[in-house]
Design a protein around this ligand. Structure first.
Ligand SMILES: Cc1cc2nc3c(=O)[nH]c(=O)nc-3n(C[C@H](O)[C@H](O)[C@H](O)COP(=O)(O)O)c2cc1C
Length: 187
C-alpha cells in the first residue's frame, strides 16, 4: 500500500497538488491523509498516524514548497509521529524497510532548482532524506513539479499522469515482491 502524507494549508485552493492527487483517483493501493483537513487545530492524533503508516510499503511526503521547506503542519507531523523508540532509536522497527518519496511542487521554475541554479533541490531534500534514512526507510528520487503557477491545465494533467505512472510502477513492484497487506480505511 502507498500512504500519502499530504500537507497543503489550503487544499481547496490547490491547483498543482490537486492535479497530482486527482490523477491517482481509483488507485486502490493509495491512501491519502490530508493533514490540514484532519488536524485544522494542529492537534495531531499520533496513534492514528502511526497506525496509518503500518501497512504502507511506500510513504509519500507531499506538499507545496513553502519558504524552501514544508508547510508547518508537516514539520509538526514529523516531530510528533516519528517518535524515538517507534520510528528511530533503540528497538524502533516500525518504518524500517519502507520506501519514502518526497513529492514537492514549487512556484519557482525548474532552472532555479537545478544544480547550477540558485537552489539545488537535492540540498533542500537533504533534511527529509536524513530523517527518512534515520528511520530505516529507503529514499527514492523525489517527484518535483516546478513553475506550477504558470502551468496550463493540460500540463498539470500531464504531470498527474506521470505521477500516477510512477506510483503504479512502484505498487506493481511491491505486489510482485509480496508487499504488506492493505488494511483499508480512509481518513
Ligand atoms: C507561504 C508560501 C511560501 C512559498 N515559498 C516558496 C518557495 O520557497 N519556493 C518556491 O519555489 N515556491 C514557493 N511558494 C509557492 C508554492 O510552492 C506554490 O504556490 C505551490 O507549489 C502551488 O501548489 P498548489 O497549486 O498545490 O497550491 C510559496 C507559497 C507560499 C504560499
Amino acid at each position: 500500500m502507498i500512504v500519502i502524507i499530504y500537507a497543503h494549508p489550503y487544499p481547496r485552493h490547490s491547483r498543482a497538488n490537486n492535479a497530482l492527487l486527482d490523477a491517482l483517483e481509483g488507485m486502490d493501493s493509495v491512501r491519502v491523509r490530508s493533514l490540514y483537513d484532519l488536524y485544522p487545530d494542529f492537534s495531531i492524533d499520533v496513534a492514528a498516524e502511526q497506525d496509518a503508516l503500518a501497512p504502507a510499503r511506500l510513504v509519500v511526503w507531499q506538499h507545496p514548497m513553502h519558504w524552501y521547506g514544508s508547510p508547518a503542519l508537516f514539520r509538526l507531523w514529523m516531530d510528533k509521529v516519528l517518535q524515538y523508540g517507534w520510528a528511530y532509536g533503540k528497538g524502533a522497527a516500525s518504518l524500517g524497510g519502507k520506501d519514502v518519496l518526497w513529492t514537492v511542487t514549487t512556484g519557482g521554475d525548474a532552472g532555479s532548482f537545478s544544480r547550477c541554479g540558485e537552489t539545488d533541490l537535492a540540498l533542500l531534500a537533504q533534511p527529509l532524506r536524513n530523517a527518512g534514512e534515520q528511520c530505516g526507510m529507503r529514499w527514492l528520487p523525489p517527484f518535483s513539479l516546478h513553475g506550477v503557477t504558470t502551468l496550463t491545465q493540460e500540463q498539470l494533467a500531464g504531470a498527474g499522469a506521470r505521477y500516477r505512472e510512477m506510483l503504479e510502477a512502484l505498487a506493481g513492484g511491491y505486489d510482485q515482491a509480496g508487499g504488506v497487506q492493505d488494511s483499508g480505511g480512509r481518513p
